[in-house]
Design a protein around this ligand. Structure first.
Ligand code: NDP
Length: 294
């Protein structure tokens, strides 16, 4: 590839919009043919500004898909016992098919306890250990939204990932580990790198498909990337904008301008993986409601 060659952009926004349009059609059919309107309960505890934005976006997307949204906005000092009571109510509410508890929770609440209290069939975030186990065992269950969306984006440019060397940087329960499992299911040869990985740049250079999920602005440099690789940048990092004093901008975990010269395709930040996360949340909620049809 010549110096001026540019990778193609994987337009997460456009792909997410098309997925959402399909879900809307499916929802309409589910309502018309079976009288089931998918319902998503979103629970927010506290005032974290980023979480409020995420929850608002999820509420809007739910409505646009023709689903019913149930918003539960609780004060910061809500006790773990009260939150567990609400989860129990939502577990048994027939109008609620999906439950999402926005993370992070305030420090006095144990998020593992809360996630484990959600009925696995309604755990549309795919974080309950039962769903994690299904994924590991290759059985049907809810798959976490960001990993699921990352695979859709990779397959939009390479429909068959079989045999690819996939390198994931990051081993979180939310992103790195489930994405690794999904790539194994796609017959990739998978390497998971993390903060203790030696010679990280050399490990990344092996990747035909690179998934960066680290949370460190532009850590992955252009010369770490194999020519022609597909790059899925999950990272969302807010950094000061040198061109606009006092303002911030979002960047990924990959040095985008550098990677653009070497990769064959890359997701931008913003407008890449982010929009897919919400689309996959709607997809999981639809699946949870559809599962009720005999
Ligand atoms: P975590 O902080 O839970 O995990 C980060 C991972 O990166 C860890 O496994 C850590 O390794 C690894 N890591 C940290 N520093 C280094 C380093 N210097 N070299 C190699 N590996 C390193 O983050 P998440 O997985 O939750 O999120 C990752 C990024 O994705 C964040 O920017 C987050 O904002 C973004 N995100 C985006 C979403 C979206 O919708 N687009 C949704 C979810 C997350 P170790 O385990 O050894 O500590």
């Amino acid at each position: 590839m010549s110096k001026s060659a540019k990778a193609s952009l994987i337009d997460g926004k456009a792909i997410a919009l098309s997925v959402r349009a399909t879900i809307k059609e499916q929802v309409t059919k589910l309502i018309d043919q079976h009288g089931i309107t998918p319902g998503l309960a979103v629970v927010l505890v506290g005032e974290d500004p980023a979480s409020r934005v995420y929850v608002r976006n999820k509420e809007i997307a739910t409505k646009k898909a023709g689903m019913t949204g149930f918003a539960h906005k609780l004060p910061e000092n809500t006790s773990e016992a009260d939150l567990l009571k609400l989860i129990e109510q939502l577990n048994t509410d027939p109008a609620v098919h999906g439950i999402l508890v926005q993370l992070p929770l305030p420090k006095h609440i144990n998020s593992t306890t809360i996630i484990e209290a959600i009925t696995p069939a309604k755990d549309v975030d795919g974080l309950h250990p039962i769903n994690a186990g299904y994924l590991m065992a290759g059985q049907k269950g809810h798959v976490p939204c960001t990993p699921k969306g990352s695979i859709v984006l990779a397959k939009s440019v390479a429909p068959d990932l079989t045999g690819m060397e996939a390198v994931i940087v990051g081993r979180s329960v939310l992103v790195g580990k489930p994405v690794a499992q999904l790539l194994l299911n796609e017959n990739c040869t998978v390497t998971i790198a993390h903060s203790r990985t030696k010679n990280l740049a050399d490990v990344v250079r092996r990747a035909d498909l690179l998934i960066a999920a680290v949370g460190r602005p532009e850590m992955v440099r252009g010369d770490w990337i194999k020519k022609g690789a597909i790059v899925i940048d999950v990272g969302i990092n807010r950094i000061a904008d040198p061109q606009n004093e006092g303002k911030h901008r979002l960047v990924g975990d990959v040095a985008f301008a550098e990677a653009l010269q070497v990769a064959s395709a890359i997701t931008p930040v913003p407008g890449g993986v982010g929009p897919m996360t919400i689309a996959m949340l709607l997809s999981n909620t639809y699946d949870a409601a559809r599962a009720l049809v005999k």
